[in-house]
Design a protein around this ligand. Structure first.
Ligand SMILES: Cc1ncc(COP(=O)(O)O)c(C=O)c1O
Length: 505
């Protein structure tokens, strides 16, 4: 008898980007496939269900999207961001990956331009910029996102002789940032927009998580349940027909809940290029999103589209246009849907933080509850590991001084509970540490011992020329987008494994 196969043990992955299937608003749907015998392609006469004619949607179309969908997206924009002074128009994309890539193609002169971005950012976008020949330069982040003072400092001290052309593009994820989960408060948006004006920088606002803005984390379960119930009851009752819905009232509830306002809504110069997607609220497989920008940029993007993606997928566009039409959900109905998806993700965020608090000691791991999106950025206190070493570098005869013990004493600023603090470096370029190696070791230990995957900071870091960033590598990205049982199991395993790793030294 042959031996039973050895099955791989199940690994729980809370590191990878993922979208919960509860946010896919489809019921069984049917496409009648034409029989190959007597092959004849035509739309049925009684094709009442769709909004766009099959003859039209299966044709080559306009590279910027179907006019009806564009009109709907403009209306959606109006209710999400208000009337912006900039002369903005819409370009339909194949999702934000495509949108971001096209904007890099538009604005980056290969091997000349430097793009500014959060010091940790979405790896796919960073690689997209690199592939277009961009150099990247990191701006500091903290628990509230990009730090305006650092942006100001970088721009006003930029030396074109040594650093090349002064940057004119900021790529940023201001809301539910990937990977740090941070959401900027209004003052930061205002300050960063002012700095962009002062230095004539274009802001590329990559904002997939904007619809998923949450209320603050409330650790008390009873209070939280009551708040969630109240939130669920906030929307006015839906009427029988979408066209009778009170879109102003629905949008107001949606927009006021967490109150984050986009760069687009602040834009008075036409310097904001906003990138939106249906991936997080409708399903990534639909591969549709849209760019909102001034019409000069949109016209140029259209030319890029003509030689790359040509036309956004006609079938997907017709599906979305049908949902957004008054014959089905209408724009108000889409707000209602996004509201439901948002509250569901908020519940997952809360559940994740409850479990983190329960299973993972705060002396070892801290976090700032995210205000939007799907990610928690977990800061590991590597400095308290027995093998942590921080070393002075440079020409000093004291080079290789081991500062490990001193550094442990330098960490009191971590607020108890859920606080994020960036590296404790007092002066850049002076120290290096073995944080990266320890985090690599811990990453492997978490997989081998705990069967759990979280993604290490090195995947997301933007290299700063000539600066040792090893001290900044003590983070993992985790997502709460998965099933609740997975979150529970993963955090228990994460907590047990991390304690085991610290204890064994
Ligand atoms: C910041 C950011 N940009 C872009 C994307 C990709 O979005 P899409 O599925 O629309 O291409 C993601 C999603 O994972 C993301 O987190």
């Amino acid at each position: 008898m042959s031996p039973a196969p050895i099955l791989p043990e199940k690994i729980v992955d809370i590191g990878r980007r993922y979208t919960s299937s509860f946010s896919f608003p489809y019921e069984p749907c049917y496409i009648h496939i034409t029989k190959i015998i007597n092959f004849e392609l035509r739309c049925t006469e009684d094709d009442e269900g769709g909004i766009l004619d099959l003859n039209e949607i299966l044709q080559y179309g306009l590279s910027n999207g179907y006019p009806e969908l564009i009109r709907q997206l403009e209306e959606l924009n109006l209710h999400l961001h208000g009337k912006t002074i900039s002369d903005s128009s819409v370009y339909v994309t194949l999702g934000n990956t495509d949108g971001v890539s096209k904007v890099f193609q538009l604005l980056v002169e290969p091997d000349i331009d430097t793009v500014l971005t959060e010091e940790f950012s979405f790896a796919s976008s960073l690689n997209s910029a690199r592939a277009k020949g961009a150099k990247l330069y990191p701006i500091k982040v903290d628990g509230q996102g990009l730090v305006p003072e650092d942006l100001e400092r970088v721009l006003s001290t930029w030396d074109e002789k040594t650093q090349g052309r002064k940057p004119h593009l900021l790529y940023t994820i201001p809301c539910g940032q990937n990977p740090t989960g941070s959401t900027q408060p209004p003052e930061r948006y205002d300050a960063i927009y002012r700095i962009a004006q002062e230095h004539d920088v274009i802001i590329m606002e990559d904002d997939p998580y904007y619809p998923l803005q949450f209320a603050n984390y409330e650790p008390d379960l009873e209070k939280r349940k009551a708040q969630l119930k109240e939130a669920r009851a906030k929307l006015p009752t839906a009427p029988e027909n979408a066209k009778d819905d009170d879109i102003q009232a629905v949008a107001k509830v949606f927009n006021d809940y967490a109150g984050v306002k986009s760069y687009l809504s602040r834009d008075v110069d036409g310097r904001v290029i906003r990138i939106d997607t249906f991936s997080k609220v409708f399903g990534p497989g639909v591969r549709l999103g849209w760019i909102t920008a001034n019409s000069t940029f949109i016209e140029r993007l259209l030319r890029i589209g003509e030689t790359t993606t040509q036309v956004p997928n006609g079938l997907s566009q017709s599906v979305l246009a049908s949902y957004l039409s008054d014959r089905h959900w209408g724009i108000a109905g889409f707000f209602r849907w996004m509201w439901g998806v948002r509250l569901e993700y908020q519940h997952k965020r809360d559940y994740f933080l409850d479990n983190l608090n329960e299973y993972v000691p705060k002396e070892l791991v801290t976090t700032v509850p995210c205000g939007a999106g799907m990610f928690q950025w977990l800061r590991v206190d590597v400095t308290s590991h027995p093998r942590y070493r921080k070393t002075l570098i440079g020409n000093s005869s004291d080079a290789a001084i081991n500062l490990a013990l001193d550094t442990v004493g330098q960490e009191p600023e971590i607020a108890p509970g859920l606080e994020l603090k960036s590296s404790s470096k007092s002066s850049e370029q002076e120290y290096t540490s073995n944080t990266g190696e320890l985090i690599d070791e811990l990453f492997n230990h978490l997989i081998e011992y705990g069967k759990v995957v979280v993604l290490p900071a090195k995947v997301f870091i933007v290299e700063k020329p000539g600066v040792d960033q090893s001290e900044d590598l003590n983070f993992f990205r985790a997502t709460f987008a998965g099933d609740l049982e997975n979150i529970d199991a993963a955090l228990k395993a994460f907590g047990d494994s991390i304690q085991e790793w610290f204890q064994k030294g």
